[in-house]
Structures are given as structure tokens and as C-alpha cells.
Design a binder for this molecule. Structure first.
Ligand SMILES: [Zn+2]
Length: 339
């Protein structure tokens, strides 16, 4: 009974947070986005400047025990307000806390992953587009434009984009068989156009959400595959969607950051690779049970983190969130989570 009303309260707060985002969009749209942006820019200190020339970081590769090659491809950097990265207070601050926070995080990587499985190449997320540096990039979606432009900073060059990085790796884009979108926020789907011919697997819930989702940036004729989870458990995850017929590469539902968030697992005999997306910003947040400052559903996000920790307790697991500066090193050292 008690936990029921707690769940209801969390549901209400999640609803209010969504309402807050919607109201912000309407308010901003009504008064003119450019005017608001100028106002906010005048009150906010920006993230530290980066010299932007060429590729930020070269892709790196690790070969697993069964010979599967995993590439880490960093498509530039993102910085957010400090209150955005870390959940503060009893229910996080949500959008108001982010709006009034004047401090920014350091530049964090925008990681994507390329898994060369014998049955085909799997990509996890497509990163950000260099066009995100241009404020007008988001103007095709007035509902989300303000959030992306006022509360996020991007540092992405054309060389950082997924298309040019696949070229560096010698992987023709038409050889990418599957692209799994952990979710559809801009910094995870900005490279979709480069791999538009692949089978793109998304969550139905996120596809139909307007919060942070930018349909105007989908490739022409965008017709993704909807992930439908099967009753095939992986440790504490009661359902999963196998991508490869050997069952090694699977999608699991990891809701919370967005209502339909999903992650990719590569099951090897010695180690489990967990391509997390935005379940948390860092591994430290996973082990300390800390949420990001703005999540669609805090209760679901906590349950997801608990499930991932349980998985890490059951078997050695390398945890690879999109924005953790240590993810690349953990790939190269195959370093597993210590609970
Ligand atoms: Zn996100």
C-alpha cells in the first residue's frame, strides 16, 4: 500500500516534469525562442572552450575472447549543467534547477559503439552531428529547441561524425547491419543519416515521445524496426530481444532516462559487455545509485540501475555509458564493475 502510493507520487512527479517541459516549450514558443535564448545566454557561463579542428579522438578497438571486435567511436563532446548530470534534492531539480544552475560540467564524450559480430555489424547509437554546433539546427523543432540550445553545449566537428569515423575504421556504412538506438535524444541519433540503409531498432515508447525527440532530424523515409522484447531472461532482466541468432548480442529494456530507454548486451563466456546508453552518466553513478538530474521516470531509472548492479554481481560486466570519460579505457582494459 505504502509503496503503491509512493509509486503514484513518483508517477505524478514524472508527469509534472513532463508537463514542465511542455509548458516550457509553449512558453518559449509563445514569447519567441531567440529572445529567450539571448536572455539565457546573457546569464549563463559557457562550458570551457575546446580547440575544434579535426577529429577529437581516434576510434579505438578491443578484440574479445571469442574474436569479436568492439570499436569505441567518440562523436565529439557534450557539456551539460552540473544539476543536469547529478540528481540533487529529494526529487531532483528537473528543468528549473538546470535553468538556474550557472555551472557546467567538463566536456564529456559522446560515445558510440561498433560491434563486429560474424553475423553482421551492430552499431549502438549514432552520436551527434557537427550541425549541432549551429543553433539553427534545432529550430526545426520549436518544442525542443530551447532545451537543446540553452542547456547543452556541443563540440563536434565533421570528422567526429559517425560516417567519417566508419571510414577511418574501414567499415563501409552499407555493411552496418543493425543500428540500435538506446534512445532518440539528439546526441544519440544525430548520425542516423549516415547509416540510413541499416535496420534501425528503436523503442516504440521513445519513438512516440516528444520530449527530447527530434523527428525533423530523421533520415528521409525513416522506417525503424520497433524493439519487441521476448520472454528470454538475461540475469535480472526478465525479457530481452536477441539480435544475432547465437543470442550473444541482445537488447534489454532499461527505462528511466527516457520511458523507452534500451541498452545492448554482448554476452561472452568470460565477460558481459553492457553498452548502456544513458542509464547513468558514469559507472560511479551506477555503483553509488545516483540518478541524473533530469530523468523521465526516477523510479524506473532506480529499478534499472538496481538490475544492472545485480547483473554485475552475477557475472563480470564491463559497463559502458555514453558520456563516461572512462568508458573507452574500460573497453581497452576489459575492466569490470567492482560493486
Ligand atoms: Zn539522453
Amino acid at each position: 500500500m505504502e509503496s503503491n502510493s509512493k509509486a503514484q507520487a513518483l508517477g505524478r512527479r514524472s508527469f509534472l516534469r513532463h508537463l514542465g517541459t511542455g509548458a516550457l516549450g509553449t512558453l518559449v514558443g509563445g514569447f519567441g525562442t531567440e529572445r529567450w535564448l539571448s536572455f539565457w545566454s546573457s546569464t549563463q557561463e559557457g562550458a570551457p572552450p575546446l580547440p575544434l579542428q579535426g577529429r577529437a579522438v581516434e576510434p579505438v578497438t578491443y578484440t574479445t575472447s571469442s574474436g569479436i571486435r568492439i570499436h569505441n567511436v567518440q562523436t565529439g563532446y557534450v557539456a551539460v549543467k552540473s544539476a543536469h548530470r547529478l540528481y540533487t534534492g529529494s526529487d531532483g531539480g528537473g528543468i528549473p534547477a538546470i535553468a538556474f544552475d550557472r555551472t557546467w560540467t567538463e566536456w564529456m564524450p559522446i560515445n558510440t559503439w561498433v560491434i563486429e559480430h560474424p553475423e553482421g555489424i551492430v552499431m549502438v547509437d549514432t552520436g551527434e552531428s557537427a550541425q549541432a554546433m549551429n543553433r539553427d539546427y534545432f529550430s526545426c523543432d520549436p518544442f525542443n529547441q530551447f532545451f537543446y540550445t540553452a542547456f547543452l553545449r556541443f563540440a563536434v566537428t565533421p570528422e567526429d561524425e559517425i560516417g567519417s569515423q566508419l571510414e577511418v575504421l574501414g567499415i563501409p556504412t552499407d555493411e552496418v547491419r543493425w543500428v540500435v538506438q538506446t534512445h532518440l535524444h539528439s546526441d544519440h541519433m544525430g548520425g542516423l543519416k549516415a547509416v540510413a540503409g541499416s535496420e534501425i531498432v528503436v523503442s516504440n515508447v521513445d519513438l512516440n515521445s516528444r520530449t527530447g525527440t527530434l523527428p525533423c532530424h530523421y533520415p528521409p523515409g525513416f522506417a525503424p524496426t520497433i524493439a519487441e522484447f521476448q520472454p528470454e531472461p538475461v540475469g535480472p532482466f526478465t525479457t530481452s530481444l536477441p539480435l544475432t541468432s547465437d543470442g550473444k548480442v541482445r537488447i534489454v529494456p532499461t527505462p528511466g532516462h527516457t520511458e523507452g530507454h534500451q541498452s545492448v548486451i554482448l554476452l561472452e563466456d568470460d565477460v558481459t559487455w553492457f553498452f548502456a546508453g544513458d542509464t547513468s552518466f558514469t559507472e560511479a553513478q551506477l555503483t553509488a545509485n545516483q540518478l541524473g538530474g533530469i530523468v523521465a521516470n526516477p523510479a524506473e531509472n532506480r529499478a534499472t540501475l538496481a538490475r544492472i548492479r545485480e547483473l554485475c554481481g552475477d557475472r563480470p560486466t564491463v559497463y559502458l555509458p555514453s558520456h563516461d570519460p572512462e568508458s573507452r579505457t574500460r573497453l581497452l582494459k576489459q575492466s569490470t564493475v567492482n560493486l
